[in-house]
Design a protein around this ligand. Structure first.
Ligand code: PEP
Ligand code: MN
Length: 369
């Protein structure tokens, strides 16, 4: 059970102290307190864990300082949607808002290769009004002999260039907890010219120790990618690991499921799950059309499959798009086959806008009927 307290409640004040001392006396109930400092207000939530079946929602609602009460089901206690659960669930990072009602494009390099390519990518983003990107520094590769990413060595120029081109957030995969310190240090050296959204890749969705480390820090939001060969429920539980450790700034990423039946696509596109994840949880949902489709094939009309599936995700309400671009895909060190060219960026963004408008029209139709 979650008691959501009045916004900005004074935790030094008598009312709060009273409430906590009353709750601590409840039999077989453990308290866990979570404070979330937003731009507009600070929210305090008290989690009651244990034998809460014996407690009445009405009684709890009448306690001093309590705004409302949510009885949670066992699953996804923090990130899940529960009955009568109208907890606000957006988060802001670097002045950018993430929620189930916003949409942001993170176009960029699958893997950072040269400073020149990073600069070309960022310039194209700035010229097209974009403030977010993706830049892989730590690359988990199938073969130990493949390029593994430049790691911390590329962070200084990636962050400096991001600052120079007005990029506010970079989605960047981490595969080990030491990468958090490396990123934090490089950002500080770059005078925090930009921000990072930590990405947990599909191969690490159930790396529970990594999830715990990433969940324990609350500075960086997290993009958790769905595991490619596990159930949706298992991936949602992985997201809950992050929240249970304290970080609930989590975006859930769909990136296709591994199956031979997906051929000729790289993975089976799973964007039909956009509304499913949105109704089961409060998380904004990201789609990754590049790792789903994996190639530059197009339909007979000439539209790339990557753009078709992007539109399919957006028209169903996706909130974020992670997509591979490269100034010179033929010479990219990772995933060049699925990278779009920089001259395709304006068209891609226009297609996203069209699909986004269609989604808004679908919502408006529902409100009229
Ligand atoms: C990536 O986004 O670069 C990546 C490796 O994705 P995934 O973990 O979905 O394979
Ligand atoms: Mn890739």
């Amino acid at each position: 059970m979650i008691l959501i307290l009045r916004p900005n409640i004074d935790t030094e004040g008598a009312e709060y102290q009273h409430l906590i001392s009353h709750l601590s006396r409840l039999q077989s109930i453990e308290l866990r307190i979570h404070r979330e400092r937003g731009v507009e207000q600070t929210l305090t939530e008290v989690y009651l864990i244990g034998n809460t079946a014996a407690l009445s929602v009405e009684d709890m609602k009448n306690l001093p300082g309590v705004d409302h009460v949510v009885r949670v089901s066992e699953e996804y206690r923090i990130l899940g949607r529960h009955k009568d659960d109208n907890r606000s669930s957006h988060f802001d990072y670097q002045g950018v808002r993430f929620s189930q009602d916003t949409l942001h494009v993170f176009a960029g390099l699958c893997a950072v290769d040269t400073p020149d390519n990073v600069e070309k990518m960022m310039r194209a983003l700035r010229d097209n009004g974009q403030v977010c990107t993706r830049m892989g520094a730590y690359k988990p590769r199938t073969s130990p002999y493949s390029f593994q990413g430049h790691g911390k060595n590329c962070l200084p120029y990636v962050f400096e260039l991001a600052g120079a081109y007005g990029i506010k957030i970079i989605a960047m995969e981490v595969t080990h907890e030491s990468h958090l310190d490396e990123i934090g240090e490089a950002l500080a050296n770059a005078r925090n010219a930009t921000g990072v959204m930590l990405q947990i890749g599909t191969r690490n969705t159930q790396n529970f120790e990594l999830l715990k480390s990433v969940g324990r820090q609350r500075e960086f939001p997290v993009l958790l990618k769905r595991g490619f060969g596990i159930t949706l429920e298992e991936s949602l539980n992985a997201a809950e690991y992050l929240a249970s450790e304290g970080n609930r700034k989590v975006v859930f990423g769909l990136r296709g499921m591994k199956s031979n039946l997906a051929a000729p696509h790289r993975n089976f596109v799973d964007f039909a799950h956009v509304p499913v994840v949105k109704r089961m949880t409060h998380m904004p949902v990201c789609i990754d059309p590049s790792h789903s489709v994996g190639s530059r094939s197009s339909g007979p009309e000439g539209i790339l499959d990557i753009m078709h599936v992007t539109a399919q995700g957006v028209i169903a309400g996706a909130n974020m798009i992670l997509v591979d671009f490269h100034p010179d895909p033929d010479n990219a060190l990772v995933d060049g086959l699925q990278a779009l060219r920089l001259d395709e960026l304006p068209g891609f963004l226009e297609d996203v806008r069209i699909a986004g408008e269609a989604y808004k029209q679908r919502l408006a139709r529902l409100q009229r009927s």
